[in-house]
Design a protein around this ligand. Structure first.
Ligand code: NAD
Ligand code: UGA
Length: 463
């Protein structure tokens, strides 16, 4: 099947950037991204392309090039599904907050709604592509819904997980390490796989396009995230041991990373990993393992989360301890709130949990993040339901600049590794702070000896 029209359900961090690149690289294909969220679609269609809802370096330029040509954002879900030969499902799959599997299993209600809608609307055969990250064997459920509630048209289900990381989404999409496509092993399934291979082959070398059966593809995505997160928890575990023994975790990471069998990436000790996916996907993996009675497998992976929670808590505990065991009414300046640099996404950011701990100790938190608004910060804290919204608002201070944020503070905590923090005038910041002036570098990005020379008490992770 030659693909000329694609529909993508879900205009989020994955659907938006992924479809923008497909549209840019395949001008012969009309790509329509649909979402139920009117505000989000309106932002994607904003005349000023700098107002698109997702900040990713390089993305607005690509949207500008393709939007209105062969890239469209719309809330007309039914029409877009009906017209397309290939429908991507790229909706959110959060951790369940109710019922069986609460706090662990993936909530598939949005996926099921999509499947039912595709079935209801489709009047011609379609290839349905799972782009969202899903528990292994979800394709089976989607297929059952499509076949039992549809209009007698034929559906092929493919799994095509996304491996982009936020902050580098455009680069990751333009030059992926691999594209993974899983499909049915029978002839029709292989034809569907080939149709999607041809889309990617417009810019990805064919030797980087890997095809497998559906279950391998679904499980590979969860496995990749588990392995990545496991490296961070492993180095963070070592960071605590480094602090006790006089070893330096940056030196240890470099020393082990030069072993080509280990590799140097994802060995940066930190205040703990955040983001919408690592925790959610590992919890989902743990739940799946448990549901098959594989308790040792479940416990093994759950430890990655336990270690990450410990690392976040350890960071806030260290701040309290070093500030003479009380932060009550002290101003603590947070540089960064996003879960990593170069994104405005704050989902599961370590900053939220560290702030929550410190507010419980009655601290005043002054936050500066180049891409995150006060409204978002308060919404993140309110979501935890630790205290009233009024109480959160009373403990969070907001300023226009980083310098004002740090003025009069007892301590600065670095929560996100934004490049601009490195080039600040740290002497000027020191002069404006309470003394002794502390810096807790949750990202190991600052020059510790230089700060100590200025007079700061500097505490990094893992040294
Ligand atoms: P997101 O929350 O940013 O976007 C999902 C969008 O889907 C929302 O805008 C929501 O309104 C829309 N939606 C939900 N149900 C809908 C429906 N029935 N019809 C139309 N629209 C609907 O989520 P995201 O970060 O883009 O993640 C999507 C999926 O991709 C998840 O499964 C996630 O695990 C996976 N993933 C995310 C990343 C990432 O970096 N964020 C990377 C790889 C994979
Ligand atoms: C991660 C994966 O890297 C992507 O491949 C995957 O597609 C995506 O999850 C997903 O499924 O959602 P993302 O969460 O966007 O991407 O960003 P990462 O670069 O992986 O960072 C995740 C967290 O780990 C961040 O808080 C980051 O600061 C932290 N991190 C990362 C470390 O603390 N140390 C490191 O060495 C690397």
């Amino acid at each position: 099947m030659k693909i000329t029209k694609i529909c993508c359900i879900g205009a989020g961090y994955v659907g938006g950037p992924t479809m923008a690149i497909i549209a840019q690289k395949c001008p012969q294909i009309q790509v329509t991204v649909v979402d139920l969220n009117h505000e989000r679609i309106a932002a994607w269609n904003d005349a000023d392309v700098n107002n698109i809802p997702i900040y990713e370096p390089g993305l607005s330029e690509i949207v500008k090039e393709a939007r209105g040509r062969n890239l469209f954002f719309s809330t007309e879900v039914d029409q877009a599904i009906d017209e397309a030969q290939m429908v991507f499902i790229s909706v959110n799959t959060p951790t369940k907050t109710y019922g069986k599997g609460k706090g662990m299993a993936a909530d598939l209600k949005f996926i099921e709604l999509c499947a039912r809608q595709i079935a209801k609307v489709s009047k011609s055969d379609k290839i349905v592509v799972e782009k969202s990250t899903l528990p292994v064997r979800t394709a089976e459920a989607i297929k059952s819904i499509l076949d039992n509630t549809g209009n007698g048209v034929k559906f092929q289900i493919l799994s095509n997980p996304e491996f982009l990381a936020e902050g580098t989404a455009v680069q990751d999409l333009l030059q992926p390490d691999r594209i993974l496509i899983g499909g049915d092993t029978a002839e029709e399934g292989q034809k569907a796989i080939q149709a999607l291979v041809e889309v990617y082959a417009n810019w990805v070398p064919e030797d980087k396009i890997l095809t497998t059966n559906v279950w391998s593809s679904e499980l590979s995505k969860l496995t990749a995230n588990a392995f990545l997160a496991q490296r961070i928890s492993s180095i963070n575990a070592m960071s605590e041991l480094c602090e006790k023994t006089g070893a330096n975790v940056n030196e240890v990471a470099k020393a082990i990373g030069m072993d080509s069998r280990i590799g140097s990436k994802f060995l940066k000790a930190s205040v703990g990993f955040g983001g919408s996916c690592f925790q959610k996907d590992i919890l989902n993996l743990v739940y799946i393992a448990k549901s098959y009675g594989l308790n040792e497998v479940a416990d093994y992976w759950e430890q990655v989360i336990i270690m990450n929670d410990h690392q976040k808590r350890r960071f806030s505990d260290t701040i309290v301890r070093k500030l003479y065991n009380t932060v009550s009414d002290k101003k603590i300046a947070f540089l960064g709130w996003a879960f990593k640099k170069d994104t405005n996404d704050t989902r599961e950011s370590a900053a939220i949990y560290v702030a929550d701990d410190l507010i419980s100790e009655n601290a005043k938190i002054a936050v500066y993040d180049p891409k995150v608004t006060r409204k978002k910060i308060l919404a993140d804290l309110d979501y935890l339901e630790s205290r009233s919204a009024e109480a959160n608002a009373a403990h969070i201070l907001s300023f226009q600049t980083a310098y004002e944020t740090c003025e009069g503070a007892h301590a600065i905590a670095i929560l996100t590794e934004w490049d601009e923090f490195i080039s600040y005038d740290w002497q000027k910041i020191y002069n404006s702070m309470q003394k002794p002036a502390f810096v807790f570098d949750g990202r190991n990005i600052l020059d510790g000896p230089a700060l100590e020379k200025i007079g700061f008490i500097y505490q990094a992770i893992g040294s």
